[in-house]
Ligand binder design. Structure first.
Ligand code: NCD
Length: 303
């Protein structure tokens, strides 16, 4: 039985197969409408989410399966003190596969170790968010045609942003990728990641101003400041509007640069940017459904 905890759990060849399947699903979704007939997905979300939970549910429904679950810890037995290990053993009796989001780093991994069904990490604290990374890679592959040979700027909360951590680790396996980390000093990328990049001989730069590097980028990955992971509100208020991508700043960027964002957006991209052809974040959300359909099929051995 296979779980997905980290984007590196799949080799690049396996990812290629997954993306090809997701691409085929995107071209002819109806062909897959009964692949998961009789199967059930449980979504166990101990932390708020719109996209991830609903895109998993949408993915399972489009495959003909059923969904059940909870969307906050307070409406589950966690509120009574049940451990994730016990919860997953019980969920294993009700469903065939589980997507779990948890505010504590490593919780889905603990669940996986006790589970009778495949578990997908749908975000664990500030650690990893592998299915967002699959979404991001699929978007880049679809819109640029390749997962190698580009400069990507990651901008915003690089300290707490789990989507950033997962994406960097996943991209490190592809060729000729240069990273530019754009953040205020307080929210800089964790040292363990820059150490990994240095050890692997991968080029990266750290900068504070978006305007200084936007012109060099093939992809700009914007992120929101992760309010829920701050220890005090004052720091959040001081940092939350550090970066705002406006139409004016976008004039400094290349004509074919892609703007990605895992969403939800707060203020970091002004709405006027949504109409720019370079804005790809809503397309990205659509790719997220296809790639989750492909993932559910793969983990259930139905591909
Ligand atoms: C991200 C997350 O949950 O980490 N959202 C998502 O899954 N699309 C990003 C975020 O919350 O900022």
């Amino acid at each position: 039985m296979r779980h997905l905890m980290n984007p590196l759990d799949f080799s690049t060849d396996e990812l290629e197969e997954l993306f090809s399947l997701a691409e085929d699903i995107s071209h002819d979704t109806a062909k897959y409408a009964h692949v998961c007939d009789g199967k059930t997905l449980a979504t166990c979300f101990y932390e708020p989410s719109t996209r991830t939970r609903l895109s998993f549910e949408s993915a399972m429904i489009k495959l003909g399966g059923q969904v059940l679950g909870f969307s906050e810890a307070s409406s589950s037995s966690a509120a009574k003190g049940e451990s994730v290990s016990d919860t997953i053993r019980v969920i294993s009796c009700y469903a065939d596969i589980c997507a779990m989001r948890h505010p504590k780093e490593g919780a889905p991994m603990v669940a996986a170790s006790r589970s009778g069904i495949p578990v997908i990490n749908a975000g664990d604290g500030g650690h990893q968010h592998p299915t967002q990374t699959l979404t991001d890679l699929m978007t880049i592959r679809a819109l640029r045609g390749s997962l190698s040979g580009f400069t990507i700027g990651l901008c915003g909360d690089l300290k707490f942003g789990r989507t950033v951590h997962s994406l960097i680790e996943a991209l490190m396996r592809y060729k000729d990728i240069k990273f530019i980390f754009i953040s205020p000093p307080e929210l800089r990328i964790p040292d363990y990641i820059t150490d990994e990049l240095r050890d692997a001989g991968i080029e990266y730069e750290e900068v504070i101003k978006l305007e200084d590097s936007i012109g060099d980028l093939d992809i700009l990955y914007m992120t929101r400041v992760q309010r829920e992971r701050f220890f005090n509100e004052e720091d959040y208020v001081r940092l939350k509007d550090f970066y705002i991508l406006t139409a004016e700043k976008l004039q400094l960027a290349r004509e074919d640069m892609l703007v990605l964002h895992p969403l939800p957006r707060v203020n970091e991209i002004s709405v006027e940017v949504d109409d720019d052809p370079r804005a790809a974040y809503f397309k990205q959300a659509q790719y997220g459904v296809y790639v989750r359909m492909a993932l559910i099929m793969t983990l259930l051995g139905l591909n």
